[in-house]
Ligand binder design. Structure first.
Ligand SMILES: C[S@@+](CC[C@H](N)C(=O)[O-])C[C@H]1O[C@@H](n2cnc3c(N)ncnc32)[C@H](O)[C@@H]1O
Length: 479
């Protein structure tokens, strides 16, 4: 490492800022300020979603975090990493007492902690320190000593209801939200015991090689060994967690390029009345944009019984005609049993294979293969984990259209470091709560080939380096 290497990182940041400035200036727009709430519909946000701007932002995130890791005293960085769990703990506290919605009502001048504490009936000193901790990581702005306002980051956790309405609610506050507050709640409470138990689980001779969903770090930590996460979530005492889980799936849409599902497959090429079956579709949220944009298609969402019931209620509220007209159906179906729909044009499976170790994932995919017609296509929507080193021939899989990744500038990590951090965190979460994983392209290819599907192409919507839609066609039938 030399100063010249550090300057290369700074040059990457400067060049990427030039790109952002150019793209925004072309439309007489400014970069959105960190001090104002996030509005995904504002014109600058549309520009920032475009491929070239999104890539420039990735380069800034990768280069700036690599620069910080390079220049800062290592002991300070490692101490900071050891404390990372405190941030979601503080955010959960603030979300639970609806601070974000309270601050949304007062706007940029913010509110004094004494007033927030009085309304929320909590200790003002503890509250001030939690808010300052978050503001130090750019979530909330401390506009004056002990006066805090929402900003671009904190506003993402807004549950979309006024503070006063939230105080009158007896049921889940997460219903009809963007899912981000529910995702925070789930990860900072329900899933938290997994982190504390991971080392014990991975070193105990009884459990360290387990690939079973019933013998996980979370099951050990939360005391439900012998049951799977999904079965445990359905127990009566876990009603709020199950509901938070369902709603939090909405937040997962932010992992992908906006409305990526619309470009994940050539949906318009499907004949009138074609059926798209969303396997393990949860409440059917990924179907929302497809339902709106492609009126010639019909949809079946399959999941476990309770989730289907929840999904039907969500659809009846959001699209009263959808189920009534028969264009959307829900079916309780266990994807480890024979697939009842043999007329599917597309089997869509999003964020399900990452919940299972390879042997289980192959079983799920085999059932789909056995129900496929020659024209049926499988669309697997998942992360495609890039290696942290320069991509090998195997990772690029250059024989598969769309699989290769553009090289990144030196000296960045090949997976753009922190840009890949969320996918790697999810990978670790999957391991600790389900003995499962996010997969590299090689790992995806292995389970698909093992279930007689042949990858036709990988759609990386608008150049997305982390997330892919793998389109596969049936190979010769398996048993
Ligand atoms: C991570 S969620 C993904 C939901 C949805 N596909 C999405 O992308 O938002 C996994 C889904 O698999 C469902 N699931 C788990 N086990 C299942 C099974 N044996 N049969 C059918 N669905 C199952 C869960 O209920 C959950 O809705």
């Amino acid at each position: 490492m030399t100063i010249a290497t550090l300057r290369k990182l700074a040059a990457i940041i400067n060049a990427a800022l030039d790109t952002l400035e150019r793209e925004l200036a072309a439309e007489s727009l400014e970069f959105p300020t960190l001090d104002a709430p996030y509005d995904s519909t504002a014109p600058p946000e549309g520009v920032l979603e475009r491929e070239s701007a999104a890539h420039a932002i990735d380069l800034i995130v990768a280069a700036s975090s690599q620069l910080c890791a390079s220049v800062r005293k290592p002991t300070l960085t490692m101490v900071e990493l050891a404390w990372q769990h405190m941030l979601p703990a503080a955010l959960r506290f603030l979300t639970a007492i609806d601070v974000i919605e309270l601050l949304a009502d007062v706007g940029p001048q913010g509110m004094h902690v004494q007033d927030i504490a009085q309304k929320a009936d909590v200790d003002s000193e503890k509250l001030a320190h939690a808010l300052r901790f978050c503001a130090t990581y750019h979530v909330f702005t401390e506009v004056a000593p002990d006066v805090f306002a929402n900003n671009r980051l904190s506003s993402v956790l807004n549950k979309g209801k006024s503070y006063d309405v939230l105080q009158t609610m007896s049921g889940s506050k997460y219903e009809d939200t963007n899912g981000h507050a529910a995702w925070l709640e789930l990860n900072s409470s329900t899933f938290l015991p997994a982190a504390a138990s991971l080392t014990q689980h991975n070193t105990d001779p009884r459990t360290k090689f387990s690939k079973e969903p019933t013998c996980t770090a979370l099951a050990r930590g939360a005391g439900f060994e012998g049951k799977s996460l999904f079965a445990w979530l359905e127990e009566p005492q876990n009603g709020p967690a199950l509901q938070a889980f369902g709603v939090s799936m909405r937040a997962t849409e932010a992992w992908e390029t906006q409305d990526a599902i619309l470009e994940a497959f050539d949906w318009s090429s499907l004949p009138e009345g074609s059926v798209v079956v969303d396997i393990g579709g949860g409440i059917g949220n990924i179907v929302f944009p497809l339902y709106e944009r492609f009126p010639h298609l019909r949809f079946e969402v399959q999941d476990r019984g309770k989730t289907c019931m929840h999904g039907q209620a969500v659809w009846n509220k959001k699209y009263p005609d959808a189920i009534a007209s028969g264009r959307v159906t829900f079916r309780e179906h266990n994807f480890f049993e024979a697939q009842p729909r043999t007329d599917a044009a597309v089997f869509l499976i999003r964020h399900c294979v990452h919940n299972w170790a390879d042997a289980y994932a192959v079983k799920i995919l085999q059932h789909l293969r056995n129900a496929a017609q020659p024209s049926t296509r499988l669309v697997v929507a998942e992360h495609i984990l890039p290696y942290a080193c320069a991509a090998s021939v195997l990772d690029a899989r250059s024989d598969i259209p769309g699989a290769s990744l553009e090289p990144v500038p030196e000296p960045l990590l090949a997976n753009l470091g922190r840009v890949c951090g969320n996918a790697c965190s999810l990978d670790q979460l999957m391991q600790s709560i389900l003995n499962a994983k996010e997969r590299t392209l090689e790992e995806h290819a292995r389970i698909l080939e093992g279930s007689a599907w042949k990858i036709e192409r990988v759609n990386r919507v608008r150049g997305d380096r982390l997330y892919g839609h793998i389109v596969a066609a049936p190979q010769s039938r398996v048993g």
